[in-house]
Design a protein around this ligand. Structure first.
Ligand code: ADP
Length: 380
């Protein structure tokens, strides 16, 4: 078979990441990102300009999109609402429906839709496919998907726990089962996706039974700039007493909270040097992050009852040995024992628990672009 490629596009509010990937071999032919879209100092005013720049970058890389076996353009879309839980071929009707569900993800979906509209103009003859971050969690058990609020109100406004990072949780959980040489159907697992955004999931036989993000990607773990779980009473208190409006509160919780809000820094490499030089705020930010993570691990061990494997993935999960150590320290009675040598040394997919640990602990690099590309070819 001749080489075929999928162009995967991930449009965020101020950045556009792209990758040209062979869905069969998994080999990435080209990758890049255009940042600072729409920022005052930037020469990239909007997503149209960003995508044109991305195409120039591909051309500079020697990629001819007209002659590289391009079979699809895959678009990462954060929120699929209740409607979309499969990779979906994009046409005008689907795009209109995406506009309709945008209020569910006002920070995330509009830039993705913009990216889709521009990409369809630039590549009109290639199928464009949307892959949703919520899709994997569509069939969460009702007890896990339901908020304990007024039932009719929740139904009227489609308020439920949707879950995000689904492409990563699905891909990594399948990789973990394959690494253990066990059929996915028989593995109970916890996946910890720790990047700038962070989420945890509990998965039984390849199907998620719990996940930490909810209606929006704000719930759950402490993240780079997001608070994660917070008493909803904080909203009304800030509104009523601090006189902040809803946009200001939302922006504070999404962009100025989490580790950045506590420590003034969100990158865990720099956070580490700050802690080492005695910065108390950095230490507290890190401790709050770890404490929340441990609470979730404990909760998910209880949700699962029996757990075969706990897997770390994404930027922090794959690279920060101290986070992995602190997240799982002292859990021998719960069946988890890390091998510090394996934790610190090595890279890529590997076991980091001792041979005697009842629960296996793995590091598995995520690859959302490849997973999206494979989702795309599955609908062609
Ligand atoms: P995104 O959610 O943007 O896809 P990533 O999964 O790429 O995020 O994770 C990015 C984060 O991973 C960085 O902000 C940084 O905190 C962390 N990170 C990346 N490399 C390392 C490293 N070598 N050591 C510690 N943390 C790292």
């Amino acid at each position: 078979m001749a080489d075929r490629h999928v162009l995967v596009i991930n449009s965020g509010s101020s950045s556009l990441k792209f990758q040209l990937v062979d869905p069969d071999s998994g080999i990435s032919r080209a990758t890049g990102s255009v940042d600072q879209i729409g920022e005052p100092s930037s020469e990239i005013p909007d997503h149209d300009a960003a995508l044109r720049r991305a195409f120039d970058m591909l051309a500079d890389d020697g990629v001819d999109l007209a002659d590289c076996g391009l079979v699809a353009v895959g678009h990462r879309v954060v929120h699929g609402g209740n409607q979309f839980h499969r990779p979906t071929l994009l046409d005008d009707e689907v795009i209109a429906e995406l506009h309709e569900i945008s209020p569910l993800a006002p920070l995330h979906n509009p830039p993705a839709i913009q990216g889709i509209e521009v990409a369809r103009e630039l590549l009109p003859d290639t199928p464009h496919i949307a892959v949703f971050d919520t899709a994997f969690f569509h069939h969460l058990p009702p007890a896990a998907a339901t908020y304990a609020i007024d039932r009719e109100l929740a139904q009227a406004w489609e308020i439920r726990r949707y879950g995000f990072h689904g492409t990563s949780h699905e891909y990594v959980s399948a990789q973990a089962a394959a690494f253990l040489d066990m059929p996915l159907q028989s593995v109970n697992q916890i996946v910890l996706h720790l990047g700038n955004g962070a989420s945890a999931s509990a998965i039984v036989g390849g199907r998620p039974v719990e996940t930490s993000m909810g209606l929006t990607p704000l719930e759950g773990l402490v993240m780079g700039t997001r608070s994660g779980d917070i008493d909803p009473g904080v909203y009304s208190y800030l509104w009523r007493t601090a006189k902040m409006n809803v946009d200001e509160i939302e922006s504070m919780l999404n962009k100025k909270s989490g580790v950045l809000g506590l420590a003034g820094e969100r990158d865990f490499r720099r956070l580490r040097s700050m802690i080492e030089s005695g910065d108390a705020a950095a230490k507290l930010g890190y401790d709050v992050f770890i404490h929340r993570l441990r609470k979730y691990i404990g909760a998910y061990l209880a949700v699962l009852g029996h757990t075969d494997v706990v897997t770390f993935t994404a930027g922090i999960g794959e690279h920060d040995a101290a986070v992995r150590r602190d997240a799982l320290a002292g859990l021998v009675e719960l069946g988890i024992e890390l091998d510090e040598g394996r934790n610190v040394d090595g890279s890529g997919m590997r076991r980091i628990s001792t041979d005697d640990s009842r629960i296996t602990v793995l590091v598995v690099p995520t690859n959302e672009e490849l997973a999206i590309a494979r989702d795309c070819v599955s609908v062609l």
